[in-house]
Write a protein that binds this ligand. Sequence first.
Ligand code: NDP
Ligand code: 8X3
Length: 242
Amino acid sequence: MEKTVLITGATSGIGEATARRLTEDGYSVIITGRRADRLEKLGDELQATTLCFDIRDREQTLTALSLIERVDVLVNNAGLAAGLEHIDVGDYRDWEAMIDTNIKGVLWATQAIVPKMIEAGGGYIVNIGSIAGIQTYENGAVYCASKHAMHALSQGMRIDLLSHNIRVTEIRPGMVETEFSEVRFHGDAERAKGVYKGVEPLTGDDIARTIAWVLSQPPHVNINDIEITPTAQASAYYTFRK
Ligand code: NDP
Ligand code: 8X3
């Protein structure tokens, strides 16, 4: 039977690449995001089901996801960094955006989908964490805290869902060139480009291929977590730039 995957935040970057790759692999794909125009365009191209909602809003998320009958794979991907500042001068609105999306949004989507998986006798959750989920870098305290939460949630889900035959994988990428940095710098494209200067970063498809590989494992195998960086990046603190 064709498997169904729900990918949150598929209007760009890692989510979009994953939607493309898993469509090629024969999955029936459901994609979400707030930017309706992009979502519809990708939905038409991939013949994917689209659900347009803001994942920070619990009611919107639960209502939208209640429309789906069955989900075999949930990719908790929607997320962002906002701002790059010392904690004494950070903007509370950036903090709220990160906490409401990267932590609460994951909880809303997970809680909407897990009962359907339990009813179906099992499922697979892939959480997009970050190297920031186990390393904390200067100016990134709140983003790092949100991804540390994703690391804890991934471990907690794996424990709590053990008896329901639900596998949980956390993928922790380093630098991936997407719209991530432009969003972090509130639309400053020049500053965003500087993040990848002198480095060949990962692409969204590098992560999509990793997800596809994880999902291709036989049912008795669970890949717990994967950390993946560009060759030129050893950790959040060490990057070799040409
Ligand atoms: P992008 O900015 O390219 O994509 C982010 C996606 O999340 C978009 O589709 C966006 O859709 C969606 N999204 C953001 N906020 C919301 C919201 N409130 N409601 C619904 N959807 C939302 O960045 P990436 O692809 O890089 O990011 C994807 C994930 O990967 C994030 O969780 C990020 O933290 C993580 N990550 C990224 C790394 C990188 O270097 N790029 C490294 C490690 C992890 P829309 O705006 O249409 O709502
Ligand atoms: C996104 C990459 O370098 O900000 O998670 O941790 S980084």
